[in-house]
Design a protein around this ligand. Sequence first.
Ligand code: HEM
Length: 127
Amino acid sequence: MKKLETRQDIEDLVNRFYDKVQNDETIGFFFNDVAKVDWSHHLPKMYSFWETLLFGQISYKGNPMAIHFPINAQVPMEKSHFEHWVKLWTATVEENFTGEMADLAIYKASNIAKLMGHKMEVARKIR
Ligand code: HEM
Protein backbone atom coordinates (compact mmCIF):
# COMPACT_ATOMS: atom_id res chain seq x y z
CA MET A 1 0.00 0.00 0.00
CA LYS A 2 1.00 3.60 -0.52
CA LYS A 3 2.90 5.74 1.97
CA LEU A 4 1.33 9.01 3.08
CA GLU A 5 3.93 11.47 1.85
CA THR A 6 2.65 14.26 -0.38
CA ARG A 7 0.14 17.09 -0.28
CA GLN A 8 -1.84 15.17 -2.91
CA ASP A 9 -1.99 12.17 -0.55
CA ILE A 10 -3.41 14.41 2.17
CA GLU A 11 -6.01 15.81 -0.22
CA ASP A 12 -7.06 12.29 -1.23
CA LEU A 13 -7.24 11.18 2.40
CA VAL A 14 -9.24 14.21 3.53
CA ASN A 15 -11.65 13.94 0.56
CA ARG A 16 -12.30 10.27 1.25
CA PHE A 17 -12.75 10.92 4.97
CA TYR A 18 -15.33 13.68 4.47
CA ASP A 19 -17.15 11.55 1.88
CA LYS A 20 -17.68 9.07 4.70
CA VAL A 21 -18.51 11.79 7.21
CA GLN A 22 -21.14 13.44 5.00
CA ASN A 23 -22.99 10.17 4.66
CA ASP A 24 -22.51 9.05 8.23
CA GLU A 25 -25.57 8.43 10.40
CA THR A 26 -23.87 9.31 13.68
CA ILE A 27 -21.98 12.54 12.94
CA GLY A 28 -22.99 13.58 9.40
CA PHE A 29 -25.80 15.84 10.66
CA PHE A 30 -23.31 18.13 12.46
CA PHE A 31 -21.83 19.04 9.08
CA ASN A 32 -24.94 18.86 6.89
CA ASP A 33 -27.64 20.23 9.18
CA VAL A 34 -26.10 22.03 12.16
CA ALA A 35 -23.13 23.88 10.62
CA LYS A 36 -24.32 23.56 7.00
CA VAL A 37 -20.74 23.34 5.90
CA ASP A 38 -19.56 24.91 2.67
CA TRP A 39 -17.34 22.04 1.52
CA SER A 40 -15.48 24.07 -1.08
CA HIS A 41 -14.31 26.22 1.82
CA HIS A 42 -13.90 23.53 4.49
CA LEU A 43 -11.91 20.93 2.53
CA PRO A 44 -8.98 23.19 1.54
CA LYS A 45 -8.73 24.27 5.19
CA MET A 46 -8.50 20.64 6.22
CA TYR A 47 -5.78 19.91 3.62
CA SER A 48 -3.75 22.74 5.11
CA PHE A 49 -4.49 21.68 8.67
CA TRP A 50 -3.15 18.17 8.04
CA GLU A 51 -0.21 19.40 5.97
CA THR A 52 0.76 21.60 8.91
CA LEU A 53 0.36 18.82 11.48
CA LEU A 54 2.13 16.09 9.52
CA PHE A 55 4.68 17.79 7.29
CA GLY A 56 5.37 20.92 9.33
CA GLN A 57 4.45 22.96 6.25
CA ILE A 58 2.78 25.88 8.06
CA SER A 59 -0.10 26.47 5.66
CA TYR A 60 -2.89 26.40 8.27
CA LYS A 61 -3.34 29.33 10.59
CA GLY A 62 -6.46 29.02 12.61
CA ASN A 63 -7.98 27.93 15.86
CA PRO A 64 -9.45 24.47 15.41
CA MET A 65 -10.83 24.31 18.97
CA ALA A 66 -12.68 27.62 18.78
CA ILE A 67 -14.65 26.75 15.66
CA HIS A 68 -16.30 23.79 17.43
CA PHE A 69 -17.69 25.65 20.48
CA PRO A 70 -20.64 27.28 18.65
CA ILE A 71 -21.55 23.91 17.14
CA ASN A 72 -21.37 22.29 20.58
CA ALA A 73 -23.61 25.08 21.91
CA GLN A 74 -26.29 24.17 19.38
CA VAL A 75 -26.07 20.39 19.68
CA PRO A 76 -23.88 18.73 22.34
CA MET A 77 -20.77 17.20 20.80
CA GLU A 78 -20.42 14.11 22.98
CA LYS A 79 -17.40 11.91 23.61
CA SER A 80 -19.12 9.19 21.61
CA HIS A 81 -19.25 11.52 18.57
CA PHE A 82 -15.50 12.12 18.82
CA GLU A 83 -14.83 8.41 19.21
CA HIS A 84 -16.86 7.81 16.09
CA TRP A 85 -14.97 10.58 14.24
CA VAL A 86 -11.70 8.84 15.16
CA LYS A 87 -13.08 5.47 14.05
CA LEU A 88 -13.93 6.88 10.60
CA TRP A 89 -10.59 8.69 10.34
CA THR A 90 -8.61 5.59 11.34
CA ALA A 91 -10.52 3.43 8.87
CA THR A 92 -9.94 5.92 6.04
CA VAL A 93 -6.21 6.18 6.79
CA GLU A 94 -5.81 2.41 7.05
CA GLU A 95 -7.79 1.73 3.86
CA ASN A 96 -5.51 4.00 1.83
CA PHE A 97 -2.09 4.48 3.41
CA THR A 98 0.66 2.84 5.39
CA GLY A 99 3.88 3.88 7.13
CA GLU A 100 5.04 6.35 9.73
CA MET A 101 3.00 9.36 8.55
CA ALA A 102 -0.15 7.28 8.33
CA ASP A 103 0.42 6.13 11.92
CA LEU A 104 1.12 9.72 12.97
CA ALA A 105 -2.11 10.92 11.31
CA ILE A 106 -4.07 8.43 13.43
CA TYR A 107 -2.13 9.23 16.59
CA LYS A 108 -2.50 13.01 16.28
CA ALA A 109 -6.18 12.82 15.37
CA SER A 110 -6.89 10.62 18.40
CA ASN A 111 -5.13 13.01 20.76
CA ILE A 112 -6.85 16.11 19.38
CA ALA A 113 -10.24 14.39 19.39
CA LYS A 114 -9.80 13.39 23.04
CA LEU A 115 -8.84 16.91 24.02
CA MET A 116 -11.63 18.43 21.94
CA GLY A 117 -14.21 16.07 23.43
CA HIS A 118 -13.06 17.05 26.90
CA LYS A 119 -13.16 20.79 26.13
CA MET A 120 -16.68 20.52 24.69
CA GLU A 121 -17.84 18.69 27.81
CA VAL A 122 -16.34 21.33 30.09
CA ALA A 123 -17.87 24.12 27.99
CA ARG A 124 -21.32 22.57 28.43
CA LYS A 125 -20.87 22.38 32.19
CA ILE A 126 -19.89 26.00 32.68
CA ARG A 127 -22.60 27.39 30.45
C1 HEM B 1 -17.60 14.73 16.13
C2 HEM B 1 -16.48 15.36 15.84
C3 HEM B 1 -16.39 16.60 15.00
C4 HEM B 1 -17.37 17.33 14.38
C5 HEM B 1 -18.87 17.06 14.37
C6 HEM B 1 -16.73 18.44 13.73
C7 HEM B 1 -17.39 19.41 13.00
C8 HEM B 1 -16.79 20.46 12.35
C9 HEM B 1 -17.49 21.41 11.53
C10 HEM B 1 -18.99 21.41 11.27
C11 HEM B 1 -16.57 22.29 11.06
C12 HEM B 1 -16.80 23.42 10.07
C13 HEM B 1 -17.22 24.70 10.64
C14 HEM B 1 -17.52 25.64 9.49
O1 HEM B 1 -16.65 25.86 8.64
O2 HEM B 1 -18.63 26.13 9.45
C15 HEM B 1 -15.28 21.88 11.58
C16 HEM B 1 -14.09 22.53 11.31
C17 HEM B 1 -12.85 22.04 11.64
N1 HEM B 1 -12.60 20.89 12.35
FE1 HEM B 1 -13.99 19.66 13.16
N2 HEM B 1 -15.37 18.38 13.93
C18 HEM B 1 -15.11 17.26 14.69
C19 HEM B 1 -13.88 16.82 15.11
C20 HEM B 1 -12.68 17.36 14.72
C21 HEM B 1 -11.39 16.82 15.06
C22 HEM B 1 -11.15 15.59 15.93
C23 HEM B 1 -10.46 17.64 14.48
C24 HEM B 1 -8.96 17.55 14.50
C25 HEM B 1 -8.30 16.41 14.50
C26 HEM B 1 -11.18 18.69 13.78
C27 HEM B 1 -10.58 19.71 13.08
C28 HEM B 1 -11.24 20.74 12.46
C29 HEM B 1 -10.57 21.86 11.81
C30 HEM B 1 -9.08 22.09 11.68
C31 HEM B 1 -11.59 22.68 11.30
C32 HEM B 1 -11.40 23.98 10.51
C33 HEM B 1 -11.23 25.12 11.47
C34 HEM B 1 -11.06 26.44 10.77
O3 HEM B 1 -12.01 26.87 10.10
O4 HEM B 1 -9.97 27.01 10.89
N3 HEM B 1 -12.52 18.48 13.95
N4 HEM B 1 -15.45 20.76 12.36
